[in-house]
Design a protein around this ligand. Structure first.
Ligand code: ACO
Length: 325
């Protein structure tokens, strides 16, 4: 009996050119490089240029993933964009990406699960592939999160940045006896009771404006480590692996202290944890594929490696995906 699996064909990342350092931020907000580095481990973030939209960042990352896979846009029949910052209220950013890549077939839609969006998108694309709805999926996390920030609120504006990352998942039929690879298991969760611990105070149905990010920082912190580790254990349990089997842990890059806390609770050696939050800050749905693109480009993640992706964000939403590369 053959088994249908979604294997990773390629990954790519894109960061806007403009870099905003903590020192530059401290000229306009009452903060310091020392405070930001000590509390969240961020040194700098990238900020999209005027006129550079989420779909542009997504397309740049997608082109890199296509190059990495040796594929062309024509080979893609599903586009899922995880984003909280679409170009327009509608249509979905994914359809704009589809247009900009010149793809006129298949389907494209967005997923809104804030920082967990990419993990949700991987699980969704994997289900579409396994259920025969698609053969090759372009899964993107893309954000211009800087546009949701109140740049006078030092409690939130120092934490986030812009960027995009993309992954191509391809339908493969594993022959009898062939070792498992591709997406092995995903675990997704949400709990809307926590919606106002991290939210944006605007929207088409409420204020008719975009709004700004509001966060109860200590509350988010309090929930993060437990929720992350729960969902990682769920994904491991579903696939019959243990923490010791993991080669790489690629967490959502929200905050160095949350990542260290989750890594320690899981008992993971720090050298197995991929960290980019220092350079990228929190790019919401883009952070996991961006971190993956860095660890693939520098040769850390290799074919055959067992990689755990994980994220937690507004909603609250949280999830994990285990992938054999
Ligand atoms: N610079 C200097 N001082 C600051 C800053 C800043 N940027 N931000 C807050 N402060 C001050 C506060 O005003 C407060 O001052 P006060 O004591 O004089 O009132 C003091 O620092 C402590 O404030 P707290 O909010 O209690 O600070 P805390 O130690 O909890 O750290 C932080 C805040 C870093 C945001 C922390 O709560 C945290 O890491 N939370 C998790 C949030 C997170 O990662 N969010 C990302 C999105 S969610 C996700 O993706 C998982």
């Amino acid at each position: 009996m053959t088994r249908v699996r979604s294997i990773v064909r390629g990954v790519g990342g894109y960061l806007p050119q403009k870099v905003l350092t903590n020192a530059e931020l401290a000229k306009t907000v009452d903060t310091s490089d020392e405070w930001i580095q000590q509390r969240v481990g961020i040194k700098q973030r990238h900020i999209a240029a005027e006129g550079e939209f989420t779909s542009d960042l997504a397309v740049a990352a997608a082109r890199k993933a296509l190059d990495n896979a040796g594929l062309t846009p024509d080979d893609i029949d599903l586009i899922v964009v995880a984003t909280t910052t679409p170009d327009y209220t509608f249509p979905a950013a994914a359809t704009l990406v589809q247009m900009k890549l010149g793809i006129h077939h298949g389907l494209a839609f967005d997923i809104q699960a804030v920082c967990s969006g990419f993990v949700y998108a991987v699980a969704t694309a994997d289900s579409y592939i396994k259920n025969g709805l698609a053969n090759r999926a372009l899964v993107i996390g893309a954000e211009t999160f800087s546009r949701l920030l109140d740049w006078t609120d030092r409690g939130t504006c120092v934490l986030f940045g812009d960027g995009a990352g993309a992954m191509i998942l391809e339908k493969t039929e594993l022959a009898e006896g062939e070792p498992e690879r591709g997406v092995l298991a995903s675990a997704l969760r949400s709990d809307g009771r926590h919606w106002d611990k991290l939210y944006v105070d605007g929207g088409p149905s409420t204020t008719g404006t975009t709004g700004h990010v509001h966060m109860q920082g200590p509350e988010v912190f309090r929930h993060a480590v437990g929720k992350i580790t729960d969902v990682v254990y769920s994904a491991l349990e579903k696939s019959g692996y243990s923490v010791d089997d993991l080669d790489w842990f690629v967490p959502h890059q929200a905050n160095r202290r949350i990542i260290d806390g989750a890594g320690a609770k899981l008992g993971l050696p720090p050298e197995k944890v991929v960290i980019t939050v220092d350079r990228h800050a929190n790019t919401s749905a883009a952070s996991v594929p961006l971190a993956l693109s860095v660890a693939l480009a520098d040769g850390r993640i290799k074919p055959g490696d067992l990689v755990m992706l994980e994220a937690m964000g507004g909603g609250f939403t949280w999830g994990a995906s285990l992938i054999r590369w």
